[in-house]
Design a protein around this ligand. Structure first.
Ligand SMILES: [Zn+2]
Ligand SMILES: [Zn+2]
Length: 295
């Protein structure tokens, strides 16, 4: 396979940036300190790595790698915690849930001598996307997941980003004093002002006005036109959700909610709306998206 170091390095950096940007939105309640990397460093594993943050001061670093360590001809992506103080990582692996327990432990004896550091026994297909613990001299320790994404995929791999963010977040939430993910963060991921999000949700959950809204719209989603009853029969009758239309940015806390500020949506469209910007024309935009994708 032809090696194209320049593109590969750029691709690694773009991927690490994407992971950092996404992970930033999942840090609340954890000790994670994420920064978007500006450069990738050369690694002794025939590839590069970029540092995207740490688990707190003097704590393990978070890194994204792209190299041939796993023993395949093509480079593979890797998301890991790294430390020079081994107990920091061994204590993490004892705290995390079972599915994050290391599936393989690697030491210097498992690597091949040569120009680059490479696994002598390449990573089994089943060992991708499951944590590998690497222990080297001087306390240098890695704990991370390799991704099977192929080198030929030159756009940033969305699956890798999703897995890397999930892995980093799972570990960070297993640490002492970490809090479970804030429901509001989950519900309005792009919106920074948590107080306003709480206010938005409170308005939607005020039962009486919400009921009035759904009755007015005959329980029909105003985005995709779904009526739960038509799909779920009796089980879905009288079911829908109310969405507050007021732009989140301008929402004031003690303004009374009026019926015309609410609209009826299905559970799916509601979640999609909350992934948008919190602007009044989100509904119109989402309708257009649904229309375009149904053609
Ligand atoms: Zn809908
Ligand atoms: Zn809503």
């Amino acid at each position: 396979m032809k090696s194209k170091p320049k593109q590969d390095r750029a691709w690694l950096l773009a991927t690490a940036k994407a992971v950092a940007e996404r992970l930033k939105k999942h840090c609340e309640g954890t000790r994670l300190r994420i920064r978007v990397p500006r450069r990738a460093a050369t690694a002794n594993t025939d590839g590069w790595y970029a540092i995207i943050g740490d688990l707190g001061k003097d704590q393990p670093r978070l890194e994204v790698w792209f190299d041939r360590f796993s023993g395949y001809p093509e480079r593979k992506l890797y998301a890991c915690f790294r430390t020079e103080v081994r107990p920091q990582i061994t204590s993490i692996t004892k705290r995390v849930s079972r599915k994050l327990w290391p599936a393989r432990v690697v030491t210097m004896g498992d690597t091949e001598e040569g120009k680059f550091l490479v696994l002598a026994d390449r990573l089994a297909r089943t060992q991708f996307n499951t944590p590998v613990l690497e222990k080297y001299e001087g306390g240098r320790t890695f704990y991370g997941i390799y991704d099977p994404t192929r080198e030929t995929a030159q756009r940033v791999s969305p699956h890798f980003c999703t897995r890397a963010v999930a892995f980093f977040e799972d570990v960070a939430r297993a640490m002492p004093n970490a809090k479970a993910e804030d429901e509001q963060r989950e519900i309005y991921p792009r919106f920074e002002n948590r107080k306003l999000v709480a206010s938005h949700l409170h308005r939607e959950r005020s039962k009486l006005l919400a009921a009035e809204c759904k009755i007015r719209d005959d329980y029909e989603c105003q985005v995709c036109l779904l009526r739960f009853e038509e799909t779920y029969g009796k089980l879905g009758s009288d079911f829908a959700e109310a969405h507050h239309l007021f732009p989140l940015g301008r929402l004031r806390e003690n303004v009374r909610t009026r019926l015309e500020d609410l609209t009826t949506v299905c559970a799916n469209c509601h979640r999609m709306l909350h992934r948008m910007e919190g602007r009044p024309d989100d509904i119109k935009k989402l309708k257009a998206i649904v229309r375009n994708h149904r053609r």
